[in-house]
Design a protein around this ligand. Structure first.
Ligand SMILES: C[S@@+](CC[C@H](N)C(=O)[O-])C[C@H]1O[C@@H](n2cnc3c(N)ncnc32)[C@H](O)[C@@H]1O
Length: 375
């Protein structure tokens, strides 16, 4: 794909970092090799329809990404990491998934020499049940609430420590620590030693990260609204870059976001005293991003580990399984849309016979709107 050469310029500077307006490919191609500790980013996702900030079609995604991949590999230090938050896409008009983000993963490893240090899954518990057509209308898929977060490294040994991202012990682990644990072999065959019952103060997290993407009344949003600026439609929550900046870099290290949007990565890096560079094509998004820097950097509000609202309870599958399977599965896999009969305030779902609450009776979102919930 031919790419037009573009000028770029420093848009804003802080004590530790800078925002650059322009094409990150141009900016990175002028950067010294082996000079970056972490590239933390959420690129425009591959979509089956084009969206406001110029996403590429999922079918062309890998080709579009190739020159970025080359620059990312060149500018990273041997100890450095590349973390990419990327959501999947549905094939147009079908209840099947596009494979583009898996193809990207394979391309980065097999063609560009990156190592997959670990795959993470960002679960957004507040995600709407989308895509509505498959999830709430035909009821043949479950809601799509995960973004993959691929952590790549230039060598198999990027600098990292999980001690930076510990989480509170679960209630059952606390109980176990209080009551003691008898060392024994688990059904899985793992030998659990006495060390397992040692209280280290906090737990090692799994590679599932739960963060709701619900920001609706932040200073950033009010700032944009008051000035008639577009609120970036695909922001990630600050905790996501913060997790990786903490785990993979030290104070003073260099963090780059080549698809910076509203510069969440820059804000987090400034707060955590890392050097940083955010590169973004759209000046309108950068005008809004100034909200994150104009008042100086603020301390993050204190988060209380005892506050229950900081936790999610995930029901174990099976709690509602009572052997009742009166309804047969649709023989055609849901190809025929179920007929819905409206009754006063209620709609009866003719397939399941279940009353659909008024809120869910709305028309299904078009698939591309469903996809815009996060990116
Ligand atoms: C998914 S958004 C990033 C949002 C960001 N993580 C946030 O939380 O605000 C991707 C951004 O990449 C920008 N972009 C796309 N191509 C670019 C390029 N070649 N150079 C710089 N920015 C680019 C788009 O304008 C868009 O704002």
């Amino acid at each position: 794909m031919a790419r037009e050469k573009q000028a770029f310029r420093t848009y804003h500077r802080t004590e530790l970092g800078e925002i650059v307006l322009g094409d990150s490919l141009e900016v990175l191609s002028r950067r010294e090799a082996d000079s970056v500790d972490l590239i933390m980013t959420s690129p425009p996702f591959g979509l089956v329809r084009k969206k406001a900030y110029g996403n590429v079609h999922a079918d062309e995604y890998c080709e579009w990404f190739q020159p970025f991949a080359g620059q990312f590999h060149r500018v990273l230090k041997d100890t450095g990491s590349l973390v990419i938050d990327i959501g999947g896409a549905w094939n147009e008009g079908l209840p099947t998934r596009h494979l583009y983000h898996f193809k990207l993963l394979i391309m980065l490893c097999e063609q560009y020499g990156f190592h997959l240090a670990q795959d993470f899954y960002w679960w957004n518990p507040s995600k709407l049940p989308t895509p509505a057509e498959w999830v709430t209308v035909r009821r043949i898929r479950v809601k799509d609430a995960i973004n993959t977060v691929w952590w790549f490294s230039k060598t198999p040994w990027p600098k990292a420590s999980n001690k930076r991202v510990l989480q509170p012990y679960s209630p059952s682990m606390k109980q176990l620590l209080a009551n003691g644990y008898r060392a024994k072999r688990r059904p899985s065959g793992h030998d659990i030693s006495e060390k397992f019952s040692q209280d280290n103060g906090a737990a090692i997290p799994p590679n599932l990260i739960a963060i709701p993407n619900t920001e609706s009344n932040s200073y950033y949003i009010r700032y944009c609204q008051e000035r008639g600026l577009p609120v970036h439609p695909a922001r990630y929550p600050a905790e996501l870059p913060e997790y990786f900046v903490r785990m993979l870099t030290d104070i003073g290290d260099m963090v780059i976001d080549p698809f910076a949007g509203s510069c969440v990565t820059g804000e987090v890096s400034e707060r955590l005293k890392r050097r940083w560079q955010c590169i973004e094509l759209s000046e309108d998004y950068l005008k809004g991003a100034m909200a994150r820097f104009e008042r100086g950097v603020y301390e993050k509000p204190f988060s209380n580990p005892e506050d229950e609202s900081n936790y999610y309870r995930v029901p174990r599958p099976g709690i509602l399984w009572n052997g009742d399977e009166v309804e047969r599965l649709p023989e055609d896999g849901g190809k025929t849309r179920p007929v819905r009969v409206a009754r006063k305030n209620k709609v009866q779902d003719q397939v399941s016979g279940v009353a659909v609450p008024p809120k869910m009776q709305q028309k299904p979102l078009p698939l591309d709107i469903a996809e815009t919930q996060d990116n």
